[in-house]
Ligand binder design. Structure first.
Ligand code: G3H
Ligand code: 13P
Ligand code: ZN
Length: 322
């Protein structure tokens, strides 16, 4: 089947009490690792490209690699989504390139301005058969293109969501309930430690999620910053020359709970980066004589696939839903 929008996926996910995985893609091996797991587990999937990824890979490459995945995996629905679109122009450019879904992230702007920008994107997108994710509330975290200091982050205000969704016409809404971008989601002083000395983060604000869902019945909610930062990969990185002390993510059981409620899309990027980096670091350490990129990219791709399989089956609940 050709690339699809997320409309049907979200309807089924909402009523079925599961979420679709939205995985960030930056190169061929990441796309293959994700889509192979989804093909084998019969799971629908959202492949998302950030502005930074698009700049890194140069505009058309990721679109063409995703089109190749569509050919290789004809039986699963695949969405090509722009992650954190920063302007009307970026969203328009992706829509013109064949993306089936875009995010306009004007969440750092004042409420009225966020509405105006989102509305403009929704008009162009809907005229072209493309769906739009918008955001209310700001997540903390630092990556190439997403950089919000912890003290500038704020939870979504449930009393704003009905007006925002009605006025903008957006198709899904990302909210801030305590997740954050990257591999350092919480400072050690915000956490407790378990018996192994591993940081345990503060719980997500399910009260905010429930109030948003009460005000927007049946409407798909999105969670960004939802990597769980698997400690096995943090350890693999740290024991092979890396330095990622106190990296901590969102506990998987909380994501599972969110997926059973109104959360229909869960964004995961950092966990795939950790799997790729840990595997390559470990391989390089064990095989210092090797220099063929295929030697280390192959196990990295295989481990990305297993991380994604685990998410589909044990966290998102979308295995078998294609
Ligand atoms: O939320 C942001 C994603 O993890 C993408 O990060 O802007 O470094 O590609 P990036
Ligand atoms: P993580 O950094 O938790 O993987 O979040 C990714 C994300 O939200 C992409 O938009
Ligand atoms: Zn994000």
């Amino acid at each position: 089947m050709p690339l699809v929008t997320s409309t049907e996926m979200f309807k089924k996910a909402y009523s079925g009490g599961y979420a679709i995985g939205a995985f960030n893609v930056n190169n061929m091996e990441i796309i293959q690792g994700i889509t192979e797991a989804c093909r084998e587990e019969h799971a629908p999937v959202i492949l998302q490209v950030s502005k930074g990824a698009r700049a890194y890979a140069i505009r058309t490459y990721l679109v063409k690699l995703v089109e190749a995945a569509v050919i290789e995996c004809p039986d699963i629905p695949i969405v090509l989504h722009l992650d954190h679109g920063d302007s009307f122009e970026t969203c328009k450019s992706c829509i013109d390139d064949g993306f089936t879904s875009v995010m306009i992230d004007a969440s750092s702007k004042p409420f009225a301005e966020n509405i105006e920008i989102t509305k403009e994107v929704v008009k162009y997108a809907h005229d072209h058969g493309v769906v739009v994710e918008a955001e209310l509330g700001t997540l903390a975290g630092i990556e190439d293109e997403v950089n919000v200091a912890a003290d500038a982050a704020s939870y979504t205000r449930p009393e704003e969501v009905e007006e925002f969704v009605t006025k903008t016409g957006c198709d899904s809404l990302a909210i801030a309930i305590g997740t954050s971008h990257g591999a350092y989601k919480f400072k050690p002083e915000q956490c407790t430690r378990n018996e192994k000395g591993i940081l345990v983060p503060p719980p997500l604000r399910f009260d905010v999620l429930e109030e948003v869902s009460r005000r927007l019945p049946g409407f798909p909610i999105v969670l960004h910053g939802s990597s769980s930062v698997p400690q096995e990969y943090v350890k693999m990185i740290n024991t092979n020359g890396g330095k990622m002390p106190d990296a901590v993510g969102i506990p998987e059981e909380q994501l599972r709970k969110a997926a059973a409620l109104s959360v229909c899309k869960i964004n995961i990027d950092s966990d795939l980066r950790l799997a790729l980096t840990g595997t390559i670091r470990s391989f390089m350490n064990e095989h210092p004589e090797k220099f063929d990129p295929r030697d280390y990219l192959k196990p990295a791709r295989a481990n990305i696939k297993e991380v994604v399989r685990h998410k589909l089956v044990n966290v998102l609940g979308c295995a078998g839903k294609a």
